[in-house]
Design a protein around this ligand. Structure first.
Ligand code: GDD
Ligand code: MN
Length: 363
């Protein structure tokens, strides 16, 4: 009997959910396949990785990857693809929202060549969701699906599904070309494949989360726009950097609004007004980047936010210094002031982006 299937469970604070889930997976698969579970934990504060190790001691089919200093659902799934010898890989939520009973059917469909990828769908005929008002979701998903069809060339009722299975070799072959900004790993895999993949959908009864809370928000439209950009212009200017730059442009706007209000209120005290405007704009940028640019790695909780905010301000202060230094030097060597200023802005932005992605949202 050789290994058939690796079930990848990305986890962030799912301690209490793991044991019962492994039991459910075992029961659902029975003797239909030889499996392993790969828990990819991003150093959860609730001790999920330790709990995973306890499970692995009892049952060697459970494996643990604990990542320290890294975050992200998509990159956790990729980590799993690359860590197994199993010919097939599945990704599912660790919170019991995804019914493991679908696993044997998915595996059969892949083995028989009926499909190149199997997707559990909350919106396929016969599916149901316990989580939110279905009509509203269904309407949203109509637009989402049309867009997804454009990007992937595949007809899907639930392109945002987080529960799917495919051959491990296919997944690994696509990994080098996946977007850095993988909010939606399934969509990304489908969009990156050279030819549209044949998909088999499995109706899913999407259960309520068993314990803990959701880590993702539901800005579906945003995910799609980001995905669309990534597959087109993203090759020229990386999506995350484009977001960062857009946020920065809004920051300039905020800066001028605050500056004009303060100048009006304070009269002649330009230096004070400018300093306040810089601080407000930086804080605004920090907040918006945390919400949009790094929504897959969002900092939450007072301590993390305070640390992130301070780090961001320190980063931007150095970036601003570099900006001024380079622009002044260029202008001094006879380059047109507009070009010099632009060069300063580009260097400052790249600096801010590089450092904040590493030190503010890197862990
Ligand atoms: N390693 C790791 N790192 N795991 C993470 C991270 C992360 O940064 N963020 C979330 N997870 C884990 C969670 O612990 C859970 O097991 C799984 O990934 C999905 O996260 P949830 O927080 O349960 O997401 P959800 O239920 O709101 O979203 C689900 O539905 C979406 C469709 O609306 C997921 O299945 C999504 O993939 C899906 O797109
Ligand atoms: Mn979930």
């Amino acid at each position: 009997m050789t290994l058939d299937l690796a079930i990848i469970l990305p986890t962030l604070n799912e301690r209490g959910n793991l044991g019962p889930l492994v039991e459910r997976i075992d029961r659902a698969i029975g003797t239909a396949a030889v499996w392993e579970v790969i828990i990819v934990d991003d150093d959860s504060k609730d001790g999920t990785a330790d709990e995973a190790r306890v499970l692995a001691l009892i049952d060697p089919r459970v494996r643990v990857i604990q990542r320290i200093g890294r975050r992200g659902l998509a990159s956790a799934a990729i980590e799993g693809f690359c860590a197994t010898a199993a010919p097939y890989v599945a990704v599912m939520d660790a919170d019991h929202q995804h019914d493991p009973a679908l696993l044997p059917g998915m595996l059969t469909a892949l083995k028989s060549g009926e499909a190149e990828i199997c997707v559990a769908s909350r919106f396929a005929e016969g599916a149901s969701t316990a989580e939110w008002a279905a009509p509203e979701r269904e309407k949203l998903s109509t637009y989402a699906n049309a867009l997804a069809r454009k990007i992937t060339g595949v007809e899907l009722s639930d392109p945002m599904s987080g529960y799917f299975m495919l051959p491990a070799a296919t997944a690994r072959a696509l990994v080098p070309r996946l977007s850095g900004i993988g909010f939606k790993i399934l969509l990304d895999l489908l969009a990156t494949a050279d030819a549209p993949m044949t998909v088999k959908e499995f109706p899913l009864n999407f259960a309520a989360r068993r314990e803990g809370e959701s880590k993702l928000d539901r800005a579906i439209l945003f995910d799609f726009l980001a995905g669309l950009y990534d597959k087109t212009l993203g090759k020229v200017i990386p999506t995350r950097f484009a977001l960062f730059g857009t946020v920065g442009a809004f920051g300039v706007l905020v800066h001028f609004v605050v500056l004009s209000v303060l100048l009006f209120a304070l009269g002649e005290r330009f230096a004070i007004a400018q300093t306040a405007a810089v601080l407000v704009a930086m804080s605004f940028n920090f907040w918006l980047n945390n919400w949009l640019t790094y929504r897959d790695k969002r900092l939450v909780g007072a301590v993390a936010l305070l640390r992130g905010w301070l780090g961001f301000i320190a980063t931007c202060a150095i970036g601003a210094f570099a900006n001024v230094a380079i622009a002044t030097f260029m202008e001094g060597s006879g380059i047109h002031w507009v070009l010099a200023a632009l060069a300063g802005i580009v260097v400052g932005s790249v600096w801010n982006y590089a450092l904040s992605s590493r030190f503010v949202w890197g862990r």
